[in-house]
Design a protein. Sequence first.
Length: 218
Amino acid sequence: MLGVNGSPRGEKSTTLKLVEAVLTGAEEAGAQTELIDLCALSIDYCNACAVCYKTGECIHNDDFGKVYDEMMASDGIVFGSPVYFGSVTAQMKTMIDRMSDAVHCQLLLGKRIASVSTAGSQGHQEVEDYINRVMVAMGATAVGSTGADMVDPAGMELALEEARQLGKTLVREIQEGTIHPGQEEFHRTMRERFGRVVGANKEEWTHEYEHWKKMGWL
Ligand SMILES: Cc1cc2nc3c(=O)[nH]c(=O)nc-3n(C[C@H](O)[C@H](O)[C@H](O)COP(=O)(O)O)c2cc1C
């Protein structure tokens, strides 16, 4: 189980505490865990060059490669971001933008994900929903989320316990292969949509076209 924290506040991060609680729950359920502090890494912006669509490789030689490798090697991932002006932090968004080939090729298919967020006063649910929506669009299955507003100390206590349970749920769903019919249907529509996109660009996006053929989707 991989945790990815997008708060720049290091050890002081409340979002980190929730990510860690998810990982603790996962460990209690028998999983091995790993934690990535996104803000301690150097990750460049996607510049939309589309080279990864053609070759499967990014032109940037930075820390994103190892984050991507860890994600691909993990059955379960929990993403955490505090609310920054109603959205995820720039660091989390920079990571997400580097994953457009994951949408085209549905690279998170088969993985279970969850998200956690904290806000000063409001908005954690929107951020959790945003992260889960993006990851489900990349093929992942979202098992849930939790978060808290820091103005309400009781909220954090509750969220910490929910986060621990979320870690256990992630492990259980990975082991049992729980079906989420709504998300399965959404994945089907994404394959239809991106089958058209990748097919229409097959001369240029050779790596992605090959991936699609290998998966038997085209
Ligand atoms: C740049 C910036 C933008 C923020 N925007 C919001 C916001 O829109 N709504 C909110 O409730 N809190 C906002 N906050 C407060 C953080 O969401 C809050 O302190 C959060 O708990 C920090 O999480 P962390 O401890 O994991 O870094 C903002 C903080 C910063 C530094």
